[in-house]
Ligand binder design. Structure first.
Ligand SMILES: CCC/C=C/C(=O)SCCNC(=O)CCNC(=O)[C@H](O)C(C)(C)COP(=O)([O-])OP(=O)([O-])OC[C@H]1O[C@@H](n2cnc3c(N)ncnc32)[C@H](O)[C@@H]1OP(=O)([O-])[O-]
Ligand SMILES: NC(=O)C1=CN([C@@H]2O[C@H](COP(=O)(O)OP(=O)(O)OC[C@H]3O[C@@H](n4cnc5c(N)ncnc54)[C@H](OP(=O)(O)O)[C@@H]3O)[C@@H](O)[C@H]2O)C=CC1
Length: 262
């Protein structure tokens, strides 16, 4: 059940990348339950269709649009078609992204570029385009999902570097665009947030289960717990918060790393 007051969100238009699966799907569900109209955008059309069918089969409050955030022309079309269909974009959640596990020594340039383009360049392009086409004149709120990079991330160094870039980009934009009524923040899920699609990327549930020992609460975070943080930052309750990074990690960042071996 939502912890927010629907009136604050009613009839707002939200664009959520990667909104058909995992954390993005939980954000989509939360925003729908609060009365938003939501556009979800990602590469695989069948996932978009399945989520629209599951969450909102009999209404056009949820729309899926195919978009690869590594392609500037596709982003341009995503924003312009959303604006022509729904008239505005109040919220943008840059959630689409990911990486693969690899020691740095084995990362090829093509793989490095794929991860940086997806996570850093894709977020830059989405922010720039939504600002240029709508938020510069009308204001809005942006939340960028990253990883908690505060201690580095061995085996995911390409993604950690890209996400640290997103974190810093968010701070610059929070200052540059403040006078235009645009707020931006990042949410950093640090502990492991299980969803079937996230786990499939790592060959199953195992890698998530192993992470449990490094989390003080000895449990994984849920996609809904990330969605709540995102919705708080989108809401008027966060109207004087910009350029911040909110960790959603059950305190794992403060847990002595020695305890991780137990
Ligand atoms: C762990 C717990 C925490 C969880 C955190 C999460 O984020 S959960 C969220 C989890 N969800 C996600 O992460 C979902 C989104 N993630 C993705 O789609 C991919 O991880 C992507 C971002 C690399 C794009 O991939 P793509 O195929 O569209 O990209 P492309 O075709 O442009 O270039 C591919 C190049 O990248 C390399 N390479 C790629 N994979 C591997 C690998 N397994 N092995 C080795 N290398 C790999 C390879 O060099 C390849 O070129 P090659 O040598 O084959 O010619
Ligand atoms: N699960 C976790 O523990 C953590 C997750 N995160 C981050 O949270 C976000 C959501 O991940 P999660 O829900 O867990 O995993 P998922 O794999 O379910 O979500 C990733 C989403 O991103 C979309 N996506 C990937 N690449 C692109 C692209 N090039 N263009 C458009 N969409 C794309 C995918 O859709 P499609 O394949 O159809 O394009 C998918 O919907 C990611 O950025 C992830 O890195 C951060 C910390 C921890």
């Amino acid at each position: 059940m939502s912890v927010f007051r629907p009136l604050l969100f009613k009839n707002k238009v939200a664009l959520v990348t990667g909104g058909a699966t995992g954390i993005g799907k939980a954000i989509t569900e939360e925003l729908l339950s609060l009365g938003c109209k939501v556009v979800i955008a990602s590469r695989k059309e069948e996932r978009l269709k399945a989520t629209v069918q599951e969450l909102c089969p009999n209404s056009n409050r949820l729309r899926g649009k195919v978009c690869n955030i590594r392609k500037e022309d596709q982003i341009n079309t995503l924003i312009s078609s959303t604006l022509s269909e729904l008239g505005k974009i109040d919220y943008l959640v840059n959630n689409g992204g990911g990486q693969y596990l690899s020691p740095v020594a084995d990362i090829r340039l093509k793989g490095w570029d794929a991860v940086v383009e997806t996570n850093l360049t894709g977020t830059f392009l989405m922010c720039k385009e939504v600002y240029g086409q709508w938020m510069r004149e009308n204001g809005g709120v942006i939340v960028n999902i990253i990883l908690d990079t505060s201690r580095g991330i061995p085996m995911m160094a390409h993604s950690a570097a890209a996400r640290a870039g997103v974190d810093n980009l968010t701070k610059s934009l929070a200052v540059e665009w403040a006078a235009n009524g645009v707020r931006l923040n990042t949410v950093a899920p640090g502990g492991f947030i299980y969803s079937p699609t996230a786990a499939a990327n790592y060959g199953g549930r195992d890698v998530f289960e192993k992470a449990r020992v490094g989390i003080p609460a000895k449990r994984l975070g849920t996609t809904q717990e990330v969605a709540s943080a995102v919705c708080f930052l989108l809401s008027p309750g966060a109207s004087f918060i910009s350029g911040e990074t909110l960790k959603v990690d059950g305190g794992a960042n403060f847990f002595p790393s020695l305890d991780r071996s137990r």
